[in-house]
Design a protein around this ligand. Structure first.
Ligand SMILES: C[S@@+](CC[C@H](N)C(=O)[O-])C[C@H]1O[C@@H](n2cnc3c(N)ncnc32)[C@H](O)[C@@H]1O
Length: 172
């Protein structure tokens, strides 16, 4: 037990509940907004599978160092941007500037300081990629003047700690 008196199991549960609430809120809010979806951090494909369901019919561009997801959750090859985020995300942000309806960024590791720094580095690239009114949902705080933070309590997750997951709407 540490970090606010929560066990690792409790923190994991809060994270995945936050993911589902954030992704579902973004899907509801961006239904009328054209654009692709980004999944930054494929991992084992759990959230990719949820995005495929909630954003059915949209292209989902997926970023990771490798495709190591569950066999049921392998993205189409032409949707994968394979390599380090430091190379792939700036390139794709330039290609699809202003054309992304929703970014889901699940990029953290056990190294909290490194994860926070990665989130800060990625934030302006996500702002560049997002359409006005687009949503950014992620596991790191991502602060930018162009992003309006949305409290978990306002998307039906009042029982979660406010920093269990992070949701923003691009202004405009
Ligand atoms: C927390 S996991 C993602 C979990 C995933 N959303 C899921 O539901 O299964 C983070 C992923 O980000 C990837 N990652 C972290 N830093 C990266 C970097 N700098 N470049 C590319 N991929 C990175 C890791 O390989 C890992 O698969």
């Amino acid at each position: 037990m540490n970090k606010g008196g929560k066990t690792r199991l409790e923190r994991f549960i809060a994270r995945v509940v936050g993911q589902r609430c954030g992704i579902d809120a973004a899907a509801a809010a961006t239904g009328a907004l054209a654009g692709v979806v980004w999944e930054v951090g494929l991992g084992n494909g759990r959230t990719y599978d949820h995005l495929r369901d909630r954003f059915a019919g949209r292209d989902i561009i997926v970023f990771d160092r490798q495709v190591a997801s569950h066999p049921d959750c392998i993205p189409p090859q032409d949707m994968v941007r394979l390599g380090d985020f430091h190379d792939t995300v700036p390139a794709e942000a330039t290609r699809s500037a202003g054309a992304v309806a929703m970014v889901h960024a699940d990029v953290g590791s056990g190294d909290i300081a490194a994860s926070r720094a990665l989130g800060r580095w990625l934030t302006p690239l996500f702002v560049q990629a997002l359409a006005p009114g687009g949503y950014l949902v992620g596991d790191q705080p991502m602060e930018d003047a162009a992003l309006e933070p949305i409290a978990l309590a306002d998307i039906g997750a009042a029982d979660l700690a406010p920093d269990a997951y992070f949701v923003y709407r691009k202004r405009g």
